[in-house]
Design a protein around this ligand. Structure first.
Ligand code: NAD
Ligand code: PRE
Length: 358
């Protein structure tokens, strides 16, 4: 029986525990947390099999998941570097910054311990074990940063397969640059907007109460955990400062446009944002695989082609006839959703038809 030790059984740690339990019920989960109430909740709801307030039992673990605030993850890595651990153990974390974590993980190199930095790009402004869900990370990107080029990530992705996350390998620097812009700076903006609004409404208590969709959707993340966010900001300082400066400059530019009553520039400002926002997370166009056949312009010919494909259990997702003129052969375009299906169809149909390359 394999064992997973999760240190920090809050929103993310408990979501991973739930997903692991669902996918691999045979795996034993030991949860380590300083918050006893969270541990008791986890035990009661069968999220963890064993609960500890320290690292007891970590030496039995085949996998160690560090899921406390980033500053604590870094301290835990240093502790693990000198601890007796099971040979072959895979250590990962879920911290929201990666350069300082991967730097700390170098302390594990001398013992040939496998460290794979991790960061699921899903979460919530809610924290704690009760907020966790097995499907929290479903369909979300999950950054993986192996400590070395030769690190095998397959055991870790097997363990976490129940999350149904989309794995994405990046460098620590790439990771921190991306998340500074799309996660860290937005959290600062949301928090400051709430603080500034609170200040602006000191003499207008009804102001906050009437806040509607706009204010609420921009500031939802201002309710996130302060301990977690101060740790993130201090672990990605330089990139956050750089991107925050860019944002402040942007705000100053808009102020100037308002001052100058530059309607067309303001229109352009909102237009650019609207276009970008509307294409956010747009699914990449699924690749299609085309096959072009030269077919005689005879009745029943298309049915013959589709009949051959059906006989070989090959399904097409689109079909159309191109360049058809009387008495002249037509080009039949067949569209498949996999390269394998298109290649198989090519091999079968080339016996009866000329394949046209385009
Ligand atoms: N919240 C999110 O949206 C989100 C998303 C992705 C990654 N992360 C990262 O995941 C990590 C955990 O975040 P979370 O949202 O689950 O926070 P959380 O507050 O819900 O959980 C953190 C847990 O760590 C425990 N903890 C704190 N110090 C500890 C210590 N010294 N030893 C053991 N346990 C300790 C806390 O008691 C708590 O149970 C953070 O590093 C965060 O940056 C968060
Ligand atoms: O959905 C939210 O509330 C989040 O803030 C999740 C969120 C983010 O999108 O910034 C927060 C921190 C992470 O490290 C990853 C995801």
């Amino acid at each position: 029986m394999e064992t997973v030790f999760i240190k920090g059984l809050g929103l993310i740690g408990s979501s991973l525990a739930r997903a692991i339990k669902q996918d691999h019920p045979q795996i034993k989960i030991i949860a380590g947390d300083i918050d006893e109430k969270s541990l008791l909740y986890a035990k009661k709801h069968k999220i963890a099999d064993q609960i500890v307030t320290d690292m007891t039992g970590i030496e039995q673990a085949d996998y160690i998941i560090l899921a406390s605030p980033v500053s604590q993850i870094i301290k835990d890595i240093a502790i693990l570097a000198d601890k007796k651990l099971k040979p072959g153990v895979i250590i990962t974390d879920v911290g929201s910054t990666k350069q300082t974590v991967m730097q700390a993980a170098q302390a594990l190199n001398h013992r040939s311990l496998t460290f794979i930095g991790g960061h699921p790009m899903a979460g919530s402004h809610k924290s704690g074990v009760q907020a966790g869900r097995a499907d929290l990370i479903e369909n979300a990107y999950y950054f993986l940063i192996p400590a070395s080029k030769n690190t095998d990530i397959s055991k870790l992705t097997w363990l976490l397969a129940g999350t149904n996350a989309k794995w994405l390998q990046v460098t620590p620097a790439q990771h921190d640059k991306i998340v500074a812009q799309i996660s860290h700076v937005p959290h600062i903006i949301a928090a400051e907007l709430v603080n500034q609004t609170q200040q602006a409404f000191k003499d207008e208590p009804v102001g906050m109460r009437v806040a509607a969709g706009g204010f609420k959707s921009v500031t939802r993340i201002a309710a996130s955990d302060p301990t977690m966010w101060s740790a993130i900001l201090l672990n990605n300082r330089e990139l956050i400062l750089k991107q925050l400066t860019g944002y402040i400059t942007g705000l100053e530019n808009v102020s100037t446009l308002i001052e100058k009553e530059d309607r067309s520039a303001l229109f352009d400002f909102f237009k650019r944002a609207k276009v970008s926002r509307e294409s956010l997370n747009a699914p990449a166009r699924a690749p299609f695989y085309d096959l072009f056949l030269n077919i005689p312009d005879k009745s029943g010919e298309i049915a013959k082609v589709t009949g051959i494909l059906a006989k070989h259990h090959l399904s097409i997702i689109n079909i159309q006839v191109l360049e058809v003129r009387e008495d002249i052969n037509g080009i039949l375009q067949l569209v498949f959703n996999t390269e394998k299906a298109r290649d198989q169809a090519t091999r079968i149909l080339e016996k009866d038809y000329e394949i046209v390359t385009r």
